[in-house]
Write a protein that binds this ligand. Structure first.
Ligand SMILES: [Zn+2]
Length: 416
């Protein structure tokens, strides 16, 4: 064997981090922690997860790059519900609401979701990407390595397509996984006023064309009194099923229309919001493996009071995920840690439940089984945090705790 060959075989890993503690989450309960740990990876996949003193050789003979760290390492966070591709913002509307303006007055002044639809339609694809990237970057800087991004502000074929293309470009530009969700059934566009059934017919016709372009990973709808009915949602889901696409649903946020049970009936990946979900629906979710995605940002901004049925979810073994719901109207939230914090304060999740909700359960809500825990063979998606205990992740409000974030083994450049 030549020296060069022995060097190559002696340096099998791309990177190795030493000294931090790991919250692997690779067990049913607890953080599955490893103190004074080592984490190695090659070609984007974890090659070693364990105590430093169990390494098979000296670190410098194992990896090209060896990093000494402190603090804790968790799986990369997975934001499984965002609307982060949009143009404009609704800050002035927020101000008007706080000044006492009514919903009607805000709508008359051009506010509400249709103002976001207007701005998004007017923006070019490049402009929409330019406005959306900083929001995605903020999520990454706070530990996220996987994002879900929905359409739903275009509400016609060309503009839904534009949003989904921008979502794909966000993932390419930042080097992280982006899962796209078709949410044409988000709101009724003005040109279909009082013709919701006709709009659903059109939205069902657009879906196969967008899917054929590789732009759709899942299908969603806003099933609510002020959104679309269960019957209309069912038509959307039937179309998705015929194409072999998984479904998820904005369900039971403001009232119980049986949305979570409907998502479960279709084997849905998740039912999201779920404040008004009944115990029977929770049982249906458990039976079909549908994840409950908690969105405490919208709950917080809307000053809602009805809590999701956490005890029923726990009792029936429904996995609970946490996401930002990043959107301009009801949840302008750019931090997974903040979402986890709100889930703890408003919904009384434990810090461990919040961390599982932001990692392993969120990955499941996206149908991804290759991430969410630290385990050899899974993706090298992880965050190194400046904390003495994982509970600090949901203890601090704001601040910067993420020191390194890696997606597929590659370091995400952190803001200066
Ligand atoms: Zn949403």
């Amino acid at each position: 064997m030549t020296d060069a060959t022995s060097l190559a075989t002696a340096l099998p890993w791309d990177g190795l981090i030493l000294g931090a503690a790991l919250a692997t989450l690779d067990d049913d309960t607890g953080y599955a922690a490893i103190a004074d740990a080592a984490l190695g990876w090659r070609d984007g996949v974890l090659t070693f997860v364990g105590p430093r003193d169990a390494l098979p050789d000296a670190p410098e003979r194992l990896a090209c790059e060896v990093i000494e760290a402190a603090g804790w390492i968790t799986p990369g966070l997975v934001d499984c519900h965002t609307h982060l591709v949009f143009a404009g913002d609704r800050a002035r509307e927020f101000e008007m609401r706080l000044e006492g303006a009514s919903y009607e007055a805000i709508a008359r002044a051009g506010g509400g979701i249709l103002s976001t639809v207007r701005a998004t339609r007017e923006a070019s694809e490049d402009e929409l990407l330019r406005q959306s990237l900083p929001r995605a970057r903020a999520l990454l800087a706070d530990g996220a390595t996987t994002l879900e991004i929905k359409s739903g502000y275009g509400l016609d074929f060309d503009n839904e397509r534009k949003m989904l293309r921008v979502a794909r470009r966000v993932g390419e530009a930042l080097g992280v996984t982006v899962r796209t969700t078709y949410l044409a059934a988000h709101a009724l566009p003005p040109e279909y006023k009082d013709r919701a059934d006709d709009y659903i017919t059109a939205a069902c016709e657009w879906l196969p064309r967008l899917h054929a372009e590789g732009l759709v990973d899942a299908v969603d709808a806003f099933c609510e009194g002020i959104g679309f009915s269960p019957a209309q949602t069912r038509r959307m889901f039937d179309t998705a099923r015929a194409l072999g696409l998984p479904v998820k649903l904005h369900a039971d946020q403001l009232s119980d229309l049986g949305g979570a049970a409907l998502a479960a009936e279709f084997g849905g990946l998740s039912a999201d919001h779920v404040e008004y979900t009944s115990e029977a629906s929770a049982q249906a979710m458990a039976a079909h493996g549908t994840v409950a995605v908690l969105l405490p940002g919208a709950f917080h901004v809307l000053r809602e009071t009805r809590l999701p049925p956490l005890d029923a979810f726990r009792a029936h073994g429904v996995p609970m995920a946490v996401a930002t719901d990043c959107n301009p109207g009801t949840s302008p939230l750019l931090s997974m840690r903040q979402a986890m914090q709100l889930a703890c304060t408003h919904f009384r999740l434990t810090p461990e439940e919040a961390l599982r909700g932001a990692t392993v359960h969120a990955a499941r809500a996206l149908g991804l089984s290759d991430r969410g825990v630290l385990r050899v063979g899974l993706r090298a998606d992880f965050a190194v945090w400046d904390v003495a205990h994982p509970a600090e992740l949901v203890y601090w409000l704001g601040g910067r705790l993420a020191r390194h974030v890696h997606a597929g083994g590659v370091a995400i450049r952190m803001p200066g």
